[in-house]
Design a protein around this ligand. Sequence first.
Ligand code: SF4
Ligand code: SF4
Length: 503
Amino acid sequence: MSLRPHYSPIERIWLRPFGVSQSPNTLKSKAGWKNDTHRQPYKKGERVLRWYELLGWGLEIIIALGSILFIATSLKERAFRAGLLSLTVLGAVNGIFIFLLLYLEEGRKEGIISLDAILILLAVSLLAPIGKKLPLRVVAKITRVDERDIPFSRIRYEVGSAIYEHYYASHPEIKGIYDRIRQLPGLAAPETPAYSPLGAPLSHAQFDFLEELADLVNAPSQKQQVKADPQTMSAGLKETIKYLGAKLVGIAELNQDYVYTHIGRRPGKYGQKMELTHKYAIIFAVEMDYRMLRAAPDLPVIIETGKQYIDAARIALVIANYIRRLGYPARAHIDANYQAMLPPVAVDAGLGEIGRNNILITKPYGARVRLGMVTTDLPLLTDRPILFGVQDFCQRCRKCADNCPSKAISSDEKKIIRGIEKWEFDPEKCFAYWNSVGTDCALCIYTCPFSKPDNLLHRAIRYAIDRSVVARQLSVWMDDLFYGRTPRSEAYPKFIDLLRKEV
Ligand code: SF4
Ligand code: SF4
C-alpha cells in the first residue's frame, strides 16, 4: 500500500482493518506504528490484535453463528416473518458490533473492553441458573374427577335417555350449556368451516377406528411370570416404547388422585365405580407434526390428532399385551377409554409440566404431543418430575390465552382448583368452539413458544429458558417479535390440498 498524506473519512473507515488510523495523534499513540508525520499503514502482517480485541471478535463470531443459525432455521421452518425479521434485526446487531469493534477510535481499548463486558454479562445472565423454577403447588387434598363430568362424556348423554335425565338432574347448572353445544354442527361436520367432502371422512374413519380399539385395552395375563429385575425391565420397556414410535417415556407410581372416580364414557358402563389399582403407570408421548399444526384451527389439525391417537393406542395396546404375556396384569389407556387423567401422571413420570393452557408441556416438543399410558403391577423403577421453567414462563407469556378464540384459557393469576394451584380453564367454552369450527382447534398448542420444532436453535433457547429467568423474559419478547403475538396459520403439507379439493 502506498504512502498517502491524507485519507478521506470513507477511506479511513475502509482502511481501518488494514491498520490505517484516523488521526496522526492516534497513529503516534499506538504501539507498532511507524513514527511520524506521515499517516502510514502497517505493513502486511504487522498488525497485532490485543487480547480484548480478540475476545471481542470471538464473541462477535459466536453472535454471528447464532444469527446464521436463527435465519437458516427460520427459513427451513418456513417461518417467513421470523426469517425476514432475523435477517434485518440480527443483521443490524451484527453490523453494529462489527462497526464498534473496527472503528471505536477514541478510547478504543476502554470501548472494546466495555463491549466485551456487556456481551459476557448478557451471556452469563442468559445461561447462569438465575431465578427459581417452581412446580404446580398442591395446597390441599386433591379432589378426584368423575369421568361423567368431562365434556366427552356429557356430550354423549342422549337427550331424553335415562342417563341424560339422571345426569342433568344432578347437574342442572350445565344442562343449558350442553343443550346449546348439541345444536352446534360438531367435529368434521358438513356445516363447519373445516369440512371438505374428501377430508372430513378421513377424520371420522380415524376416530371410528379408535372406538373399535377401545375394547382391546385389557385381558387376563399369562399365569407363568417371567422374572426380570425392575431396572432391566424399566430400561427395556422404555427403549421398546421408543422403538415403537414414542418420543418420550416415563414411569410413575400411579397416584389414585388422578384416577377417575366413575366411568362416564364407555357404553353400558355409565356410573360404575372406576377400578384401577395398578401400582405403576408407564406413560409416553408421541409427537404431533408441527407442519400440520400450522393450519390450526383447520382440518389438518384434527387429522393429525386422530393419527397420533392411533399411534399412541397402537403402542399402548402392544405394550399392555406384552406385559400380560410376561405374566403381569396390564391395561392400556387409549383415546375413548382412559381410566385416569394422563397429563398429571405424565408430570409425575418426568415428561413435562402443566402450562397455562392446562396441557402437558414437554421440553423438546412443548404442547405438541399426545399421550398414551399402560398401567401395571409389573415391578418397575420410577422417574422423577422435572422442572424447566414452564410456570415462570407461562406467568410472563399468556400467548395461548390471547390466541384462544373461545377465551377458555385464563389470563389471570393461578387459582386453587381441586386442591392444586393452577390456571383456570373452561372446558365447555373450548368444546363449544370445537363443535362450531369442526376441529379440535389446537391454537393453544401451535402458538405455544415451547411447541416449536425440536432442532438445534430451539433446543438452545429451551436450554436457556430452563436456566435463567432473564432468558425466559427475553424469549417471551423475542417470540412475539419474530413469530408475532398472534402467529398466522401457515402452509400445511401438500397432500391436505387433495383432501380439500371440491368434488
Ligand atoms: S383448543 Fe382452541 S378453543 Fe380450546 S383452549 Fe385451545 S385455543 Fe382455546
Ligand atoms: S403459550 Fe405461553 S402461557 Fe401458554 S402454555 Fe405456552 S408458554 Fe405457557
